[in-house]
Design a protein around this ligand. Structure first.
Ligand SMILES: Nc1ncnc2c1ncn2[C@@H]1O[C@H](COP(=O)(O)OP(=O)(O)OP(=O)(O)O)[C@@H](O)[C@H]1O
Ligand SMILES: [Mg+2]
Length: 225
């Protein structure tokens, strides 16, 4: 098995209004392909910051991140487009679906953007929406969906280009218990079926405990738990 993610001695410092805030201090992590890994930790401990660094949405202050064979922490913003579109899939607490697009179009969008024809994008999107149980809502708009349905659509969108690595930041954070359960089950099933790797941030310990590797973010670093 090969390592899909390597985080080497990564630190992150934010500078705001003349003050600097050290959020991550020398984080090391190596993740084998196909692993599910969870991170819990107090609010403000740096969990989202770490996911943003892995996604190349923010720059490290020190250290190196190699994800899917790409030195994410070394590349210019423009060079990360393909990585974000095709190698990783992201799911957040808030769905970020585009309100003016239907469920089907929202999920087709990343496939289109990665150069698929309209027909191929539609075929891929329908496939994923089938897997997330959203096939009877294809022409609904996001504001016509329940919270759980929105997250299931967001999951389909995150997976439509078959990314190797899935980054989920509190994907059930806005859902009631029943819908959380549905989305939890679905996330683990999709990761398994697609043989992808999952990094999951959650405040829900039961959800976190379903991952093969379990970490806690504390004192600016990751600790096994
Ligand atoms: N762009 C930024 N500029 C300055 N400080 C920031 C920025 N983003 C995050 N921070 C600070 O970094 C710390 C970690 O934030 P982060 O969002 O990673 O926490 P978190 O563990 O995801 O918390 P939560 O569980 O509430 O989502 C916080 O104290 C936050 O104020
Ligand atoms: Mg967060």
């Amino acid at each position: 098995m090969s390592s899909i993610l390597q985080i080497q001695n990564v630190s992150k410092k934010y500078h705001t209004q003349g003050e600097s805030l050290l959020v991550l201090d020398g984080v090391n992590l190596s993740v084998e392909e196909g692993t599910t890994l969870s991170i819990v930790g107090e609010s403000g401990s740096g969990k989202s910051t770490l996911l943003h660094l892995i996604a190349g949405l923010d720059n490290v202050s020190e250290g190196l991140i190699i994800s899917c064979g790409i030195p994410v922490s070394e590349l210019e913003e423009e060079k990360l487009t393909d990585y974000r579109l095709n190698r990783i899939g992201m799911v957040f607490q808030f769905h970020f679906l585009l309100p003016e697009l239907s469920v089907l179009e929202n999920v087709m969008l990343p496939a289109w953007m990665s150069g698929k024809t309209r027909q191929e994008a539609e075929r891929m999107a329908r496939g994923l929406l089938d897997e997330t149980g959203m096939n009877e809502r294809l022409y609904f708009y996001p504001n016509q969906l329940s919270g759980g349905e929105r997250q299931r659509t967001a999951l389909a969108r995150a997976l439509v280009n078959h990314p190797r690595l899935i980054l989920a930041d509190e994907p059930t954070g806005n859902l009631d218990e029943e819908n959380s359960r549905v989305v939890e089950d679905l996330l683990f099933r999709l990761v398994h079926d697609h043989q992808s790797t999952l990094i999951l941030v959650t405040h829900n310990v039961h959800f976190a405990d379903r991952a093969q590797r379990r970490y806690k973010m504390e004192n600016r670093n990751l600790w096994e738990r």
